[in-house]
Each structure stands twice: as C-alpha cells, then as structure tokens.
Design a protein around this ligand. Structure first.
Ligand SMILES: *Cc1c(COP(=O)(O)O)cnc(C)c1O
Length: 473
C-alpha cells in the first residue's frame, strides 16, 4: 500500500471537496423540507451502524460525505425545518452558516488581542451593534459565550464577586449561606449555575408568580426580608423576560426596585425573548432592563445566528474581570488592550462574532425586525385559531412567538392523557415536531414559531394536524 502523503489536502483537492460540500448542503436544504422533522431511529441505531474503532487508513472526503448521508442524516432531528416548533427555534440562516464556515477557515483563537485583533475587535463592534439595536444603555458592554448556561455562571460569579469580594481568594468556606431569587418559572440554568459556583441548590429560592406566570415582586421583597432575618445573605435576583414554558415576562422594573433597595445584583434572563428588544413594539417587556447588572440574550435562538452564540451584556464588566482575570507570564503582552480571556473562565475561544456580524449585515436590522414581526404575527394567528375552536383552549398570553394551549373537547375525562396522545400523533406524522410543558399540574402543548423558513402555510398545516389528532381522540 502506498504511504499517504503528509500535510493537509492540496489546494486543488480542498477546492473540489469544498464545492462538493456546498452543493450537498444546497441539496440538503431543499431535501429536508419534505423529510421527517423527527428522525425515525431507535436508541443505538446510529452507534451500531458505525465501526467501533477509527480506521487505520485514510478515506476520501467523498466517501465520508456519503457515509454522513447514509448513516447520520437519518438520525438528524431537523432543527432548521420550517415545521420544527419544539422548545425554542434555532438560529439557523444561510449567511450565518457560511460565516461559521469562515470562522473555522481562519482558525482564530481570541484569547488575547494579539492572538486575534480581528476577532477581539469585531466582537466589540458586533455586540455594540446588537446593544444599539436592542436599545440597551451605552454603558452596557458585551461578551460572547457559547450558551446562556455559561453566561449565567459568569453573571452569578460576578454577583458573588460584588457581594463577597474575598471569595476569589478564599472560596466560600466560613461564609454564611447566600441566596439567589428567581421566579418559579425561571430556567434550570440558574440552578445549575448555583451548583457550579459552589453555592448549592439551596441558595436558589423560587418566588411565586401571578396568573400570567410573572414573578410577584411583593413576594420577592418578603422573601428577602425573611432570609435576612434568618441570617441568610441575599445577593442576586434573576428576572426572566420570556420564560421557557410560556414566555412570561417578569416585571423587571419592580424587581429592579427591590434589588436597588436591598443591594442585590439584578440579572435579566432574556435568552429567548431578548431578540424581540430590537422591535420598538416589544420594548415594554424590557422596561427596567436598563437598570440590570447583567442581561443575557441568545442570538442562537431567535436571531438567525447558528448555534452557538449567547451574549452577556453588563454595565459592570469590570466586576466580571475582577472575578476572572488572571494572567500567567506566558500570556503577558505589551499592548494596552482588552483581552477576551479576562472576561470569563475560558482561555481559548472561537471566532463567534463573525456569525453575528454577518447575520446583522446580511439581513440588516430592518430585515431582522421584519422576520421577528412575521413570527409574532403567525403566533397570534395560531392563538386566534385556538381561541375560535371550542375543542381547544389557550393557557397563556402570546407576547412573542410561542403559543401554549391544550385540547379540551367535551366528554373527555383524562385531558392530560389526550393531550399527550395528540403530541405523540403529530410528532409521529414526521410533518412537525412539538414539545410540551406542565402548567398548574396540567399537560400543555407548546408551539414555538421562530425558524427563518417557517411560513403561514407551515403553521396552517401544523394546526390541521393538531385538529386531526384531537378529533382522533
Ligand atoms: C434557552 C434558555 C436558557 C438556556 O439557554 P442555553 O443557551 O441553551 O444554555 C436559559 N434561560 C432561558 C430563559 C432560556 O430560554
């Protein structure tokens, strides 16, 4: 057997294979429209179709792509399908995907300004564009992390740094218990951050919400007073704009009042709905967010930026740096510049900013607004259909692109079981993917509209499938 040559693909081979790949992707994007949103595989199917050890000899890219198509494509859950309505939308878009390719092609690793002046400065510029589009105050500086789950760890670490500065040197041992307040509908990433930061799950106190699933600020003030009396140290509150179950909006301004009075760090979790801040008509939901100590938005959910790209904005980036900056000798450089490694626990980081920058340029802020407006229009249209059909009821307001509802046809005793069957049926159809939640102990269907390729015809088809599945009993 000839010894394979060393080094990378020769330039001409890269060109040929690159064209092959782009052609494949273009075909896939059309093919995917008529293929199941949820794959029809069983657990273990994919693994067992693949060899258990890496091959000793090389394969051509053409062979690899053929195996990708044969073995892996049947196991793809099609997040970028126009009738993927589960959880939250994915930020797929063609310009975003091309930018991701570009980011890898140039291999930037922006730990220091010197290791990528372009990635470092583009991150600053693109995030300031986003800040302006969202109408956040000028003093808010941004940083990109992979996910909101990573972002909240940094936000709460900064809150901890502000509240207990000696924690950086000495850790938490010997300190009293701390408390973070969240609504009963807040995302589980807050709990995971408490675990990660050594604060413990007991440090997270859930505050009751009103009938529209928004945190009760009076109950927050009471809980803080109770904790102080019991010797627990309150240090942060998380307000959610767009909760994960129903996209409820906590009253940020009233929560900000409590935080100001009590000296708490205010974090705003707008991972999903933050994108809507680019719409003037949605700004009401962010009233008070200008007083936040930190705010998270995920362009990878509802701003057409492919996974992953989450943004933390804060007027107190100095505190984030206080918490995390640490420079070993080998990373010292002469320039007086911002080094991105100082704004988090990661050293190396991807060149994610190029995705957001490309997406904002490719659509323009007006193009982004138009797309979000259309998603909200479609969600409200679906809400109308639900409201008009006596076999269904809507269970939450629709401020953004998510509709929560359930089937309630007369004469059915176990409505939870019926709704679970409906979910199973529409998902088995392969034509759509829907997820559920529980509200007040009841099983609720949840349809999130926000993928770039979703049209009114898709929402109409989904509603037909749902009505059919309900009628089947
Ligand atoms: C999706 C979501 C998160 C977690 O986002 P990741 O980026 O997947 O970590 C946190 N909070 C809210 C409100 C969310 O909707």
């Amino acid at each position: 057997m000839p010894v394979p040559p060393l080094g990378d693909y020769p330039p001409e081979e890269f060109r040929t294979e690159g064209h092959r790949l782009v052609d494949w992707i273009a075909d896939y994007l059309v093919w995917s429209l008529d293929n199941p949103v949820l794959p029809k595989v069983r657990p273990g199917d994919i693994r067992s179709a693949l060899p258990s050890a890496a091959p000793e000899s090389p394969a051509s890219f053409e062979e690899i792509l053929a195996d990708f198509e044969r073995v892996l494509v049947p196991g793809l859950t099609q997040w970028n399908h126009p009738r993927y309505f589960a959880y939250f939308p994915c930020g797929f878009s063609s310009p975003g995907m091309l930018a991701d390719f570009l980011s890898t092609a140039v291999s930037q690793q922006a730990m220091l300004w010197r290791t990528s002046p372009a990635a470092t400065e583009l991150e600053e510029v693109a995030l300031d564009w986003l800040r302006r589009a969202m109408d956040l105050p000028e003093g808010f500086e941004g940083v990109i992390y992979d996910t909101a789950s990573t972002g909240i760890v940094h936000a709460l670490a900064a809150a901890r740094q502000a509240g207990v500065p000696d924690v950086r040197a000495r850790g938490l041992a010997g300190h009293a218990s701390f408390r973070i307040y969240v609504s009963e509908h807040a995302h589980s990433s807050v709990d995971k951050a408490a675990i990660t930061l050594g604060l413990g799950l007991d440090s997270v106190r859930r505050i009751p919400a009103d009938g529209e699933h928004a945190m009760l600020p009076g109950a927050l003030a009471e809980a803080v007073a109770q904790d102080r009396a019991a010797g627990v140290v309150p240090f942060a509150a998380v307000a959610t704009v767009g909760t994960t179950s129903t996209t409820a909006v906590d009253p940020v301004a009233a929560i900000a009042d409590v935080c100001a009075a009590e000296g708490l760090w205010l974090h705003v979790d707008a991972a999903y709905a933050g994108s809507a801040a680019i719409l003037p008509e949605c700004r009401w939901a962010f009233a008070g967010a200008e007083r936040a100590d930190s705010l998270i938005v995920n362009p990878h959910k509802w701003l057409f930026t492919p996974f992953d790209l989450s943004v933390l904005f804060t007027p107190r980036m100095d505190v984030v740096r206080e918490a995390f900056s640490l420079t070993p000798e080998y990373l010292r450089t002469a320039e007086k510049v911002k080094n991105l490694m100082d704004t988090g626990f990661q050293l190396g980081r991807r060149f994610r900013a190029v995705k957001l920058w490309t997406v904002m340029r490719a659509f323009g802020v007006e193009g982004l607004r138009a797309r979000l407006r259309d998603h909200i229009r479609l969600a409200r249209l679906l809400a109308e259909w639900v409201d008009e059909d006596p076999a269904f009821e809507r269970v939450a307001p629709v401020p953004f692109g998510v509709v929560c509802f359930r089937a309630v046809p007369p004469g059915v005793e176990d409505l939870d079981a019926l709704n679970e069957r409906i979910l199973g049926r529409v998902n088995d159809s392969g034509e759509m993917f829907l997820s559920h939640t529980k509200l007040g102990g009841r099983y609720v269907l949840r349809m999130a509209i926000g993928n770039i390729r979703t049209t009114e015809a898709d929402v109409r088809r989904a509603w037909e499938l749902l009505q059919g599945a309900c009628a089947a009993g």
